[in-house]
Design a protein around this ligand. Sequence first.
Ligand code: BGP
Length: 477
Amino acid sequence: MSKFPKEFLWGGAIAANQYEGAHKAGGKGLGPIDYLPNKENGRIYAMYHPDEAVKKDYGYYPSHEAVDGYHYYKEDIKMFGEMGFKCLRLSISWPRIYPTGEEDKPNEEGLKFYDDLFDECHKYGIEPVVTLNHFDTPMALYEKYNGWESRKLIKLFENYAKAVFERYKEKVKYWLTFNEINILLVLPYMGGSMSINDAENPLQLQYQAAHHQLVASALATKIAHEVNPNNMVGCMLAAGETYPNTCNPQDIWAAKELDREGFFFIDIQVRGKYPSYSKRIFKEHNINLDIRDEDYEALKHTVDYVGFSYYSTKVATGDKELEKKLESEKTDGNIYASLQNPYLERTQWGWIVDPFGLRITMNTIYDRYQLPLFVVENGLGAKDTIVDNQIHDDYRVEYLSSHIEAVADTIEDGVEVMGYTPWGCIDLISAGTGQMSKRYGFIYVDLDDEGSGTRKRLKKDSFNWYKKVIASNGEDL
Ligand code: BGP
């Protein structure tokens, strides 16, 4: 018998900024991703170039066109339907609805686009799971206010959230506020802030921006519940347990502290108030936040479930000397680099592969919050090769099946799990590298790193495998 509940939300995840393209179509304004990638080191972080300069220095910037989901979505959703998706996690592009973030009224063409997209999902019985902000704060707000460093964005985000909650009242029930909200402390540009790099005390700005997002997230949650009491609103954490390098208490503490960087956000979104340890952290880093009385009230509007992404676990040490020595050997991961873990393999991009770590991570989160969990991102970025018009991606199947097994074990541990939406269910632009060749999908898109290709869609072997997984409710892996 399947370990997964009958109503389990099997699906996949995409985001507007990496999928849609059509960066100026239908009156859309620009978002941060339109200024990426950074060709010099292939990484995205706090960087900003005006449009023309980027063109000159960096040439092709793929997210302008992405995989052209804006025009292909009907074809793509049909294929998701064929796989049996029960849900599709996607994001609304804020600058498609409010091109500069400050218009009096939302952009009708933008709203209409998502109306059609949600209708298309429902045609196949697919429930949309919608992220309000997936690395997609209007660029104009970065330029004018340094993004989320400014309190002004709270009200602007509220306007945007209200507009979409009201418009899609009958079409969307599951929402997430900010994608990987803890990214603000690691890659602030992606999270929505601008001037951190030049700041005297960057953490002061980062935590202030975080505070604004947390208030905005809480107010959006409040509105969502007012507009429709059936709405389910989740937070979204870039998760992945931190393991201590040894059993030295200093290492245990270092691991705990690193995990708290992420839990700081979720503690507030779930419990409705700042966690007790935040006082000490603020004192240590000389952080003085502008928190108003009305903010404390707003924060009381807490989320209904905890969404999270999981790709890897990480390893931390409290030994500063050792940390320095091992710095150059650190391995990449989603958001965080990590010390290597000698017990585990890594992907082509160096990300630690740890299916058991998913079970550990989920148990930790559930023990902490006792709210339903939703695995809204998980997956393997890999290069695919086409042979005779086929893609034999057994490596992807292996990765995903071992992680689904871990979810099943977690359910047996007593954890309430709402669903599983592997990242990039159709190939799209990688956020961390700006590349197309780092692929996650069950569906291949004919496009290379320079933007050449037909954009034609092709089923990989994993397509039929996932179809079988869903049909058997996770039994047939
Ligand atoms: C998460 C993001 C996604 C996605 C994923 C994979 O951090 O929420 O947008 O891109 O990571 O990362 P990458 O694209 O760098 O492989």
